[in-house]
Design a protein around this ligand. Structure first.
Ligand code: PXP
Length: 236
């Protein structure tokens, strides 16, 4: 059975809209845990637009399930991750002007910069995943630089138009699972997954973890985090 990682960044986004103390993403992590989440995911961005250093510290000290830190490969962030030692680090691309993480990390082009980051974090006992597009070369390069896992970007699937477009993206994901398995990697999925589009993705089999944020937190506005997580957990 695949694990559900709940991304709590959006709770911090609401807090930062007023630069106040509520809602607290650390409370959200507790609620998600009580709802049956298998992991808590957060992204400490270089510009600290939502999750901040205090959140990261408290999450590390309080979360009792798998803690997954999404991060760029910038040195100050890598230093924090090495000190914090979450269970897993997911390397993502990061651009200041983007609304959210767009597309995957280009491991093929950046392999010489990524490899020492992976080695350093692995040395701290952290599992490493790379958030990449479902492209064979990117998956193989992730294995070569020493990742334990890849998280396949599901944005292409989530944004696909028409039956044929959706089928084409599902095929890319299925092929990605196969390439990842052959390379000895665990294969995760994330981005743009919702209550209504997750079914065909779980039906592919082979994904070991789903990281979902926006859809769960959106539903939580109406039903609460615990219930929103419980409902998503039933689908994965
Ligand atoms: N996985 C990764 C690597 C991400 O960067 C994000 C977005 O922060 C997610 C999963 C969650 O995406 P969404 O909020 O669209 O569910």
């Amino acid at each position: 059975m695949a694990g559900l990682g709940v991304n709590i960044d959006h709770v911090a986004t609401v807090r930062q809209a007023r630069r106040t103390y509520e809602p607290d993403p650390v409370w959200a992590a507790v609620e998600a845990t009580l709802g049956g989440a298998d992991g808590i995911t957060f992204h400490l961005r270089e510009d600290r637009r939502h999750i901040n250093d205090r959140d990261a510290e408290l999450l590390k000290r309080t979360v009792t399930i798998k803690l997954n830190m999404e991060m760029s490969i910038a040195r100050p962030i890598v230093n924090i991750a090495a000190r914090l030692r979450p269970d897993q680090c997911t390397l993502v691309p990061e651009r200041r002007e983007e609304l959210t993480t767009e597309g995957g990390l280009d491991v093929v082009r950046l392999r010489r910069r990524i490899k020492p980051v992976v080695e350093r974090l692995r040395g701290e006992g952290i599992e490493i995943s790379a958030f990449i597009e479902p492209i064979a070369e990117q998956i193989e390069a992730s294995a070569e630089v020493g990742c334990h896992a890849v998280e396949l970007w599901t944005g292409g699937y989530a944004h696909a138009k028409g039956k044929r477009g959706v089928e084409r993206e599902l095929k890319r994901l299925a092929d990605g699972i196969e390439v990842g398995r052959r390379a000895g990697l665990l294969v995760h999925a994330g981005h743009g997954l919702t209550y209504s589009n997750i079914g065909p993705v779980t039906a592919l089999g082979g994904f070991s973890e789903f990281n979902i944020g926006h859809s769960i937190i959106s539903r939580a506005v109406f039903v609460g985090i615990r219930e929103a997580v419980r409902q998503m957990k039933a689908l994965v």
